[in-house]
Design a protein around this ligand. Structure first.
Ligand code: KIV
Length: 291
């Protein structure tokens, strides 16, 4: 196993805040965000210098094996948020509010958002939707909890959208997306994820609003980018969206490692002496004599 990469010490990095993301937009510096669901991944991302880590409800698909994100519960989310919070100390940590944790009432939305900070170790929450979420966003923000909006392809509405498909491709739907972006900004969101929308629409929205846009399948004109880490690492083999750039093929590497391990076990070439614990000869002799 190679251990040559030296990362800067986590503690040497200042905590990233929502204000810092806003300042990055103002300076024209791209914001980096990825999803994480566990301690080791969060630790490595934080050491690599990631601006923000999203504990996405994509957890349901890439970690828990569900068909979509709808079955994910608050308890699932908080469990994984706590693991991520133990690993990442500097990145801005955002917990994704799962389906039906904010849709039924504004009170429930505020209470559940609060749990992400109180019980999940998160700094902020994300929720999906535009005009229909304005009251919930205002109330959560009024409670002192930063909110990241999410427009375009909103996976929790997959049944309403008729599948995982790009949004805002007509003049009318693009205009509604822009209006929703203005509404979320006005409601107090510190940023907005734009998922699967035409690149020039995302760029226009990014210029029109003063809060950062974080794109996923929305082109290079956004103020930052986010991807589902399992897609980027080639760890989720069920499907890979067109907008994903795969930086590694961990599926293949893990399968090879598991196959090699099994072969070593069969051949008794693992464990070797270097992987085994020994005892002193005199202790061994004494044991044998006593038998
Ligand atoms: O759940 C998630 O990972 C997300 C990102 C795709 C933005 O919402």
């Amino acid at each position: 196993m190679s251990t040559t990469t030296v990362f800067p010490a986590t503690s040497s990095r200042k905590k990233v805040t929502t204000l810092a993301l806003r300042q990055k937009k103002e300076r024209g510096e791209p914001i980096s965000m990825l999803t994480a669901y566990d301690y080791p991944t969060a630790l490595i991302m934080d050491q690599a210098g990631m601006d923000s880590i999203l504990v996405g409800d994509s957890l349901g698909m890439v970690v828990l094996g569900y068909e979509n994100t709808l079955p994910v519960t608050m308890e699932d989310m908080l469990h994984h948020c706590r693991a991520v919070a133990r690993g990442a100390k500097a990145a801005l940590l955002i917990g994704d509010m799962p389906f039906m944790s904010y849709q039924a009432s504004v009170e429930e939305a505020v209470r559940n958002a609060g749990r992400f900070l109180q019980n999940g170790g998160m700094d902020a929450v994300k929720l999906e939707g535009g005009h229909e979420r304005v009251e919930a966003v205002k109330a959560i923000v009024a409670a002192g909890i930063p909110v990241l909006g999410h427009l375009g392809l909103t996976p929790q509405s997959v049944n309403q959208l008729g599948g995982f498909r790009a949004q805002g491709k007509t003049a009318a739907t693009a205009k509604r997306l822009l209006e929703d972006a203005f509404l979320l900004e006005e409601a107090g969101c510190f940023g907005i994820v734009l998922e699967s929308v035409p690149a020039r629409l995302a760029e226009l929205i990014s210029h029109k609003i003063s809060i950062p846009t974080i794109g996923i399948g929305a082109g290079v004109g956004c103020d930052g980018q986010v991807l589902v880490t399992h897609d980027l690492l080639g760890l989720f083999e069920r499907f890979t969206p067109k907008f994903v750039k795969q930086y590694a093929d961990l599926h293949e590497q893990m399968r090879n490692a598991f196959t090699e391990y099994m072969a070593d076990v069969q051949a008794k070439s693992f464990p070797g002496p270097e992987h085994s614990v020994e005892m002193k000869d005199e202790e061994w002799e004494e044991l044998l004599k006593s038998l």
